[in-house]
Design a protein around this ligand. Structure first.
Ligand SMILES: Nc1nc2c(ncn2[C@@H]2O[C@H](COP(=O)(O)OP(=O)(O)OP(=O)(O)O)[C@@H](O)[C@H]2O)c(=O)[nH]1
Ligand SMILES: [Mg+2]
Length: 443
């Protein structure tokens, strides 16, 4: 992807002001194979299509130099591109599919083509801006915007200096224009970071409360658009969840209650999707959201098995997960789900332990729930037991308080009951101490 670029032509001044876009999409490759470059183009087209009113009207793959250099492509290719763009009257913006273009390159290309030029960072950031719903996601987007504002500022200042011949002090302040603007940006960044920190502390508190309830937590992760939200909707029956055929539909961590086969309550955590080469600053701004994953008891890795790049997507997800410094037991116990199998006839996973599922049609969910339950019991040290108790004694109310009671089968003839419970290891130890004569059967 580093060797790829895409270009978008847009009508309007800034991304947010645009509302009717016709896009020309140009992708470049140098050392990659053409099929790979085409897949990268497909992903870039999907990014543009995610935005309302944006449309890709043309795309091209051409060899590129190092995208970080001042000239992304050679003179010949630049001419080919310029002619192509001029021949397409509806083109309003150009999207270069490189992570970042320098502000100088941007300025020069915009000058030559007479329209805005975007890179991957700007486009992904705009998608995030459109999809951010909660206060936290909005703050994270604002934080990711700061480096962009900073580089625009540098550009603006060098332009001013050229026009006026040297930097000027703002009247009476003793600060140059650049210093004032930098200070304002720094203050803004600090304000956003403080607000995010406050929200983080609140989340940590909620986490502690959730821990007290001892609800196991399952983080559902995977590449963007693989079906994470659809799967959680199917597992919990929560009608309010809205899966969308869009990249980065989910930007906020949300928790949803579900129930495992033995009636054990569980919390599924929906997370932001991954993308190959997700711009670095964006990853940093959103990594706090992923902090939550470290506190879960299990990770479910969802894969869109119908995607032509499903193997590369898996590698991307695993590499991001490894970089999150998660506890090793979480990585080792991960459950791999092959989703969208309804689109492949008689699909059988090649990977050992992977589970074939259609989240949309509800296939394979029971097997998945059983697997999740098995892993949760191992991870949390919880046990499923059946105990014989005397109904006249305090055991039943104790179990209701300290464990999850699943079934009570009363034997009226001798005032006893068989009680099926899910119990944590420390509670189990206390139970055995308090009621040493109680009959216990392991499930
Ligand atoms: N055919 C088929 N489509 C599915 C299945 N699961 C999800 N989809 C579709 O895939 C698209 C993406 O689904 P989401 O659940 O929003 O995916 P996501 O992983 O949450 O995506 P982001 O939040 O954007 O990262 C939607 O159009 C779903 O209807 C499935 O099992 N079969
Ligand atoms: Mg989602």
């Amino acid at each position: 992807i580093a060797s790829n670029c895409s270009v978008t032509l847009i009508r309007g001044k800034t991304l947010s002001e645009l509302w009717w876009y016709i896009v020309i999409f140009i992708s470049f490759f140098c050392f990659c194979y053409v099929p790979e470059a085409e897949l990268q183009v497909a992903e870039a087209v999907a990014l543009v299509d995610t935005l309302q009113n944006w449309m890709v009207i043309d795309k091209i793959i051409i060899p590129t130099k190092n995208p970080n250099k001042k000239f992304v492509f050679g003179k010949g290719n630049f001419q080919v591109l310029t002619e192509k763009i001029k021949k397409l009257p509806h083109v309003t913006a150009v999207f270069l599919n490189v992570e970042r273009i320098s502000s100088l390159t941007k300025k020069e290309l915009e000058g030559a083509w007479g329209m805005p030029v975007f890179d991957r960072y700007t486009v992904v950031l705009h998608i995030f801006r459109c999809n951010a719903r909660t206060k936290e996601a909005k703050l994270q987007v604002a934080l990711a915007e700061v480096p962009l504002l900073r580089s625009n500022l540098k550009n603006e200042v060098s332009q001013r200096d050229q026009q006026r011949g040297g930097s000027r002090y703002i009247m009476g302040s003793g600060e140059t224009f650049l210093e004032t603007q930098n200070r304002v940006l720094k203050e803004r960044e600090l304000k956003i970071r403080n607000a995010l920190e406050k929200l983080r502390r609140k989340r940590a508190l909620l986490r502690t409360q959730r821990r007290k309830c001892e609800f196991p937590m399952v983080s559902v992760m995977g590449y963007t658009n693989c079906g994470k939200t659809t799967l959680i909707k199917a597992l919990t029956g929560e009608a309010g969840l809205q899966p969308r055929d869009q990249l980065f539909a989910t930007l906020d961590i949300t928790a949803h209650a579900g129930c495992l086969p033995s009636h054990m309550p569980v919390i599924y955590v929906d997370t932001i999707g991954f993308l190959t080469d997700l711009p670095h600053n964006l990853v940093e701004s959103f990594s706090a959201t992923l902090e939550e994953v470290a506190y879960s008891d299990l990770i479910v890795h969802v894969r869109d098995i119908t995607h032509p790049e499903t193997i590369l997507q898996k590698a991307t997800v695993l590499s991001v997960l490894r970089n999150l410094n998660l506890p090793s037991h979480l990585l080792d116990s991960m459950v791999e789900v092959h989703n969208k199998v309804d689109l492949i006839e008689r699909y059988k996973p090649t990977e050992e332990n992977a589970l074939a599922v259609s989240a949309l049609h509800g296939h394979g969910l029971e097997e998945l729930k059983q697997e999740i339950e098995k892993k949760i019991l191992t991870a949390t040290g919880k046990k499923i037991l059946t105990v014989n108790i005397n109904l006249e004694g305090p055991q039943l109310s104790w179990l209701y308080k300290e464990a999850t009671v699943q079934e009570v089968e009363v034997m009226p003839e001798d005032s006893t009951a068989r009680v099926k419970v899910i119990i944590g290891s420390s509670a189990f130890g206390r139970y055995k101490n308090l009621f040493p004569n109680s009959e216990i059967f392991m499930s």
